[in-house]
Design a protein around this ligand. Structure first.
Ligand SMILES: Nc1ncnc2c1ncn2[C@@H]1O[C@H](COP(=O)(O)OP(=O)(O)OP(=O)(O)O)[C@@H](O)[C@H]1O
Length: 614
């Protein structure tokens, strides 16, 4: 993300390459619509010229006393061309809409496929510039190829009309061709400039618009509604939303004002040329150098040439804008992978020995502080390891590194001797089951919420129920209105016509659900539980930990918890402090060492002892 997209300028080479991308997309998506549009463009381009010449023939025929049948035929042909002129734009609109719809599917598919394949970690997704880019890329990918085709057919149509009328004008007065051509130069320049300005404004406004949607969502989301109502934040967020909306409006307004000025100037210039031409044509007709038909065709030609030029220039501006939008699409679909994966990744073997962190340093960005400063830690296979530390010491960060959601800034993480950087993250993650501290409750059915832990089992109701039982949430799910098929959301209906909506789980039930999702992956080599019971009541916590202990027996696990009584029987306990492993051993050893762990344990134990009734 090193470019400064607000100042994008397209070189002819990149413009051509984006045009080729659009052509390939549209050809693949809707070849027949494309062919139809081309035919319609030719017909629509020639229709005004044909109308002008037919009108001239009719008028001159009337003046010169042409025979009745011939005049009737001319009039009928003129009427048919008129009918075609009315129908052609409707047909084009239809074909354009169909083409747009089909292109959108392919473009959106390519965009998200590229994102899934290239962004295997989190770094790029946490870059706000990427989100601005994605927004424009979505627009760029889905509408720009269609816009470009519309522009291309518009330019083709305009070029045909222009050629027809220029030839007409050339026959009447060659000097006028020159005048019209010179007058069109500023129009072309202005349209290109306006397109670029529009694009820069879109980039600047895009950020404000994203924030505006964010505030609008906050104000209408049930998840945040409690706090917003309780703290009386409605007006505060509404004001912020309006602030963003006003700043986007101000930028749009200043753009529109500048465009209005330019367009008025261009309009006046065109009218002066047309007016001058008309004065000349009337003089020429009075002196007998032009016939009445000539004057008609001349007036139509001046209007036609100007209309065609402004149409072509307008379409060039739109094409330029579409190409700039495609630039965002191109950048987003070719985004630099955030995790380098070797061409031939090392296989991730079944874990038999240990996972080893060797002098691991990590920070979230070059300008952010170090979170881990030389962590050395061994997670032995087949054993339960616990990780303890104060808030913000980097425990969840370490978990994310183990799942290769980021790579260490320095140092290595080795899985049975294989450096994680040498592996394919997807293969690595196949061997891991994780409950994150900030787990997700998907707005899907209860069964799907668990099944997502292992897509191969998403239809396997027995396994899903077994995992739910293990996580102690089976009863709660089975007694929902539609059992496991109940939707866990108040945002979506099950079907558009289904009046029944779903339910929301309690915090602890949600946490158990996330645990069940991880337990569905029970054949995995490493189970990571980051605060799996923080939301559970004391009884539930004890029950879950007994079950987890059974589940962990002879399996490799990493457990993070602030409640030290839940991890005291882990085989190894590591204490993370100041970015390093400060203590390592089992419970008894660490108590004897009398360090951070012993102090925290004593604090918690004292808290319980003081409040225990005698
Ligand atoms: N995505 C991120 N970008 C920037 N900084 C981050 C990000 N995630 C975490 N941090 C920072 O890294 C540090 C460690 O955070 P982490 O979540 O790993 O701590 P933790 O030990 O799990 O804390 P807790 O006990 O509160 O869960 C914190 O200072 C946090 O602000």
């Amino acid at each position: 993300m090193s470019e400064t997209p607000a100042t994008i300028r397209l070189t002819p080479r990149t413009a051509l390459s984006h045009a080729r991308t659009a052509a390939r997309l549209t050809l693949k998506a809707a070849p027949w619509s494309l062919a139809l549009l081309a035919v319609l463009a030719v017909a629509a381009g020639l229709a005004p010229v044909a109308t002008a010449w037919l009108s001239r023939l009719v008028l001159d025929g009337l003046v010169d006393g042409m025979g009745g049948p011939a005049l009737v035929w001319l009039a009928v042909t003129l009427a048919l061309v008129g009918i075609a002129t009315v129908i052609l734009p409707r047909l084009s609109q239809y074909a354009e809409a169909e083409l747009g719809r089909r292109v959108r599917v392919i473009a959106v598919d390519r965009l998200y496929t590229a994102m899934n394949q290239r962004l295997r970690g989190l770094t790029t997704l946490e870059d706000p510039r990427f989100h601005d880019r994605i927004r424009l890329a979505q627009q760029g990918g889905s509408v720009a190829p269609g816009d470009l085709v519309n522009s291309a057919t518009g330019i083709g149509r305009g070029a045909l009309t222009l050629t027809g009328f220029l030839v007409t004008l050339l026959l009447v007065n060659p000097w006028l061709v020159l005048a019209v051509a010179v007058a069109s130069i500023p129009t072309v320049r202005a349209e290109i400039l306006m397109g670029r300005r529009r694009m820069q404004a879109m980039w600047r406004i895009g950020h404000a618009e994203r924030r505006q949607y964010f505030y609008a969502n906050l104000l209408s989301s049930p998840r945040e509604a409690k706090e917003i109502r309780l703290f009386g934040l409605g007006t505060f967020f509404r004001d912020r939303m309006l602030g963003e909306l006003r700043s986007a409006n101000a930028a749009n307004h200043s753009l529109d004002r500048r465009e209005l000025g330019t367009q008025i100037l261009l309009g006046v210039l065109g009218a002066v040329v047309a007016g001058g031409g008309l004065v000349w044509a009337i003089q020429a007709a009075r002196s007998g150098r032009l016939t009445v038909g000539d004057v008609t065709v001349f007036v139509a030609a001046i209007a036609g040439v100007q209309g065609a030029i402004s149409g072509i220039v307008g379409q060039l501006g739109s094409a330029h804008q579409a190409l700039l939008m495609l630039d965002h699409y191109h950048v987003a679909t070719t985004v630099e992978p955030d995790l380098p994966v070797p061409a031939a990744p090392a296989p991730v073997p079944a874990l038999t020995d240990k996972i080893e962190l060797r002098d691991v340093w990590f920070r979230y960005g070059p300008d952010l502080p170090w979170v881990l400063r030389g962590v050395n830690l061994t997670i032995p296979a087949g054993r339960a390891t616990a990780l303890v530390g104060l808030n913000g010491t980097g425990k969840s960060t370490l978990v994310k590194l183990l799942c290769r959601l980021y790579d260490p800034t320095r140092g290595q993480i080795r899985w049975d001797g294989v450096d994680l950087k040498e592996t394919d993250p997807a293969e690595l993650r196949e061997r891991i089951g994780t409950v994150f501290q900030d787990y997700v409750e998907y707005e899907l059915s209860a069964a799907e919420n668990i099944g997502l832990g292992d897509l191969a089992r998403i239809q396997d109701r027995d396994r899903i129920e077994a995992a739910a039982r293990q996580a102690g949430v089976h009863q709660a799910l089975a007694s929902l209105p539609k059992g496991y098929d109940t939707m866990l959301t108040r945002m979506f209906l099950e079907g558009v016509d289904d009046p029944e909506s779903g339910v929301l789980l309690s915090g602890g039930q949600g946490q158990r659900l996330a645990l069940a999702r991880a337990l569905l992956r029970d054949e995995r080599d490493l189970l990571i539980l980051d605060e799996p019971s923080s939301g559970l009541d004391a009884e539930a916590e004890a029950e879950i930990h007994t079950r987890l202990r059974e589940h962990r027996a002879s399996r490799t696990s990493l457990l993070i918890s602030h409640r030290l009584n839940t991890i005291r029987d882990a085989d190894r306990i590591a204490v993370l402090s100041d970015g390093e492993i400060a203590e390592y051993g089992d419970h008894d050893q660490l108590i004897t060492e009398n360090g951070v762990y012993a102090r925290l344990f004593a604090l918690q134990a004292r808290g319980y002892a003081e409040t225990t009734p005698r």
